[in-house]
Design a protein around this ligand. Sequence first.
Ligand SMILES: Cc1cc2nc3c(=O)[nH]c(=O)nc-3n(C[C@H](O)[C@H](O)[C@H](O)COP(=O)(O)OP(=O)(O)OC[C@H]3O[C@@H](n4cnc5c(N)ncnc54)[C@H](O)[C@@H]3O)c2cc1C
Length: 437
Amino acid sequence: MTVPVAVVGGGLAGSELALQLAGRGVPVTLIEMRPGATTPAHGTGLLAELVCSNSLKSDDAETASGLLKRELRMVGCRLLEAAERTRVPAGHALAVDRTLFAQAVTDLVEREPLVDLARREQTDLDLPPVAAIATGPLSSELLSSAIARHFGEEHLHFYDAISISVSAEALDGEAGFWGSRYGKGGDDYWNIPIDRERYERLVAFLRAAPVIERRGFEDARCFERCLPVEVIASRGEDALRFGPLKPKGLADPRTGREPHAVLQLRRETRDGALMGLVGFQTRLARDAQRELLNVLPGFREPAILRWGAVHRNTFLDAPRLLDGAQMSTRRRGLFFAGQITGVEGYMESIAHGTIAALNVERFIRGREPLLFPPETLLGALQRHCAGGGGPYQPMNVNFGLLPELSARRIERKRLYAERSLASLRRFLDGCGIEPKS
Ligand SMILES: Cc1cc2nc3c(=O)[nH]c(=O)nc-3n(C[C@H](O)[C@H](O)[C@H](O)COP(=O)(O)OP(=O)(O)OC[C@H]3O[C@@H](n4cnc5c(N)ncnc54)[C@H](O)[C@@H]3O)c2cc1C
């Protein structure tokens, strides 16, 4: 009997990897440490828990996130199917009820006869001959040390921040309006207009409010797309108005004008009981977070259900440590997948799990790794992990990662999407993989 492949980490990448391998007839032991041990951001024992926003971003093919979803549908991504079954209204974004989503993935894994789910912390690299590590940005300390010893060098660390979520009952129903930016996507966001005076008070508050100090935080590098609001506020009086509080395309239907600034909230559960402040990541102290809801307009009470927080983000210097199939250059058969390799984002981590599964299977069958075409975002993710010039940094997918197209600006995104999907279809046909959409 063949030894099952060990997949360590039942998060987004690891759950996808395990389900994909099982779907290809490869037995898997999926090792997940929760709920016995946990991370600073996870709150349940469910697999594939989304630790912050409930949005998997745009589903519009003319955006990079939307195109990645189209590509993933074509290769038969299992977690994307689960997301579609548990979606909540969010305009052109694919947002999910995070509990229903994680429960759906957990059910899929538990019902899969070829996956044995082992609930324990993996503390070393004493693993079967073929294994994949997908323990994410919050990999446990012991395993992180084992990985650092394996590669003989230190991981890179930096910090991200989590946004605040409140009870829907905390919202003053008179203080805002439902709608989406430029009317794209119906009434999916609760928008609270902020006038100039309130805005200035908010900026002053954020600049002075106490933050939770972390040793070494000052030296830490924040990921630019996930900056805490107080850091944004410190960068300039208008920085928030050009960032998370952007009023563009959000005219207040009661006045017909765009307000000075707008705070948006999005449903985080299907029943709308939990509402997330969009882009309001913070490392403010808890008392200051409560006070923040008094400084902001539109809240009857500071009923915070999920606190903003700062967290660790650990990733490998993949271009120097892994080969094109995401396998350790120091041990054949030891693969890495998901955010620990320096892809960034929920969908990117899921996509990376899909790619890793294909290459683990090919390794087992003694075949060359699959390298997706450069015109596809799946290929772009692989190439990102293989590195270019300069220091290696986590990266969300974006059209800038694709080979340039000479076309009129207005048509370019559509053409990127068409080229990518045509190229992926040809590639899958050539590899004998049946496109699923
Ligand atoms: C706090 C935070 C907020 C984020 N917010 C967003 C966001 O809003 N939007 C977005 O697109 N991306 C966000 N990200 C980035 C990223 O998309 C997610 O972290 C994503 O979950 C990464 O997927 P993954 O599968 O690589 O890791 P995870 O989903 O974190 O899965 C790793 C799994 O490994 C388990 N594990 C860890 N160590 C061990 C061990 N030693 N043994 C066994 N199991 C172990 C963990 O319990 C976990 O279940 C955020 C990241 C963090 C940390």
